[in-house]
Design a protein around this ligand. Structure first.
Ligand SMILES: Cc1cc2nc3c(=O)[nH]c(=O)nc-3n(C[C@H](O)[C@H](O)[C@H](O)COP(=O)(O)O)c2cc1C
Length: 174
């Protein structure tokens, strides 16, 4: 079984950039969530809001990387109307039973706390770590937040080997 899979949805590219950075840092595989019927333009934006506010689950394509093949799945998406984006909602509810450990990240204009809480309750899992980054932080690199998230997802340091038992000293034994 592989360690980490980063799964994301992105409409305008910010979450994609963040996901790509995370996957590179964690040496993880990457899988993008696609809507089955994407809608562009102003009507598409209105539908994003409508989906998020009503908790709708738009149809999405099947994953190219099965989540069951990974010890941890790190799921991310944009904040829409203070909630999780519809396609991410669809992924989490459809694949909740296939997720072992999880971590979540979101990109937003100013705040994503409710979105991260939504994600945990949708798949009924406590995340190993969470990351929220604003568009501005993503554009500027956001190294501090990214470093903390990556560090929290590193395997626990191996316990130090026990010190060898003190045997009889040669001097004393002689
Ligand atoms: C329909 C819609 C609703 C949004 N609602 C919020 C919001 O409530 N709070 C917020 O901080 N950002 C909000 N945003 C901003 C996005 O979360 C932000 O631009 C995000 O980085 C977009 O990710 P993407 O480029 O991967 O699609 C909204 C954007 C859209 C399109």
């Amino acid at each position: 079984m592989k360690d980490n899979l980063v799964v994301f949805y992105s409409r305008s590219g910010h979450t994609r950039r963040l996901a790509q950075r995370l996957a590179a840092r964690l040496d993880a595989d990457l899988d993008e969530i696609h809507e089955l019927h994407p809608h562009r333009g102003l009507l598409g934006l209105a539908r994003c809001l409508y989906d998020a506010l009503l908790g709708r689950e738009p149809p999405i394509t099947a994953p190219t990387q099965p989540p069951l093949g990974y010890a941890r799945v790190i799921v991310g998406g944009p904040v829409w109307a203070d909630h999780v984006a519809g396609p991410v909602r669809s992924y989490l509810t459809r694949h909740a039973d296939e997720l072992r450990h999880v971590a979540f990240f979101c990109s937003c204009a100013h705040s994503g706390a409710q979105t991260l809480a939504d994600m945990a309750s949708l798949c009924d899992r406590e995340p190993d770590a969470t990351l929220m980054m604003t568009v501005r932080q993503i554009d500027e690199g956001g190294a501090v937040a990214l470093d903390a998230f990556v560090t929290a997802l590193q395997p626990a340091a191996a316990p130090a080997a026990p010190a060898p038992a003190a045997g009889p000293s040669r001097d004393r034994a002689a």
